[in-house]
Design a binder for this molecule. Sequence first.
Ligand code: GLP
Length: 269
Amino acid sequence: MEVLIFKDSQSLASKSADLVESQIKTYPDSVIGLATGSTPLGLYQELIRRCNEGGLNFTNVKTFNLDEYVGIPADHPQSYRTFMDENLFNKIDIDKSNTQVPDGMAENPLEVGPAYEKMIEEAGGIDLQVLGVGTDGHIGFNEPTSSLGSITRVKTLTQQTITDNSRFFEPNEFQPKLAITMGMKTNLDARRILLLAHGENKAKAVHDMIEGPLSAFCPASALQLHQRTTILIDEAAASELSLKDYYKFVGEMQDDLVRKHRPSDWIER
Ligand code: GLP
């Protein structure tokens, strides 16, 4: 795991946008996995800015979102489809038919997962997956004790996640307790992973993900098995890491080494 620690969320957003931009510029038909939540918003704003300024285009890019609530329609204000449309897709030059979000209103939600996996496979697999992490260490909606070998399927949300996400719903509004989410294996199959986290409320999850044991109790710890994962965090999210200084030192050493000897390694397909 490569751990990059930033002084603020703007520099974190800018670096993550650089990595996504390199991927798309090198492979304009890249398949990008996307996440919702407040964490990637800075990245999305930066991508929108770069696209509108003409330096980056998404015309041949395909995207697959991580997850969607079960039981609310795509045009519901809190659906992840609406979130993606409003915070990214409507503001860049992507072809909407190239953007996929699991169907939370499918007649049989159990059939959505295998079909979604097939679509990802037919698109050639995910080149770069953007991830956030929940306060309990979940990725997408892979809640604690999710199989680390799981694929896209229906998951029941934990009370912690329901509470964390209740801020987006009106007090008496129906709030879904089920979601369709890519599995941990789906994520681990991505060629490159960028996981973003900021804020002190993510410090424990970030610690468990990077330094904790590999355990289904913290699904994000499965990323320890992935060969090309970069974790981009701010100082607050890094505050519980015991080897924080070491990661900064590794960063300096690697920068030098990669620049000199492996210039294209981060974006190979
Ligand atoms: C939700 C999403 C996750 C996201 C998490 C954290 O549960 N399903 O993909 O990573 O929230 O959200 P935030 O970035 O708002 O902290």
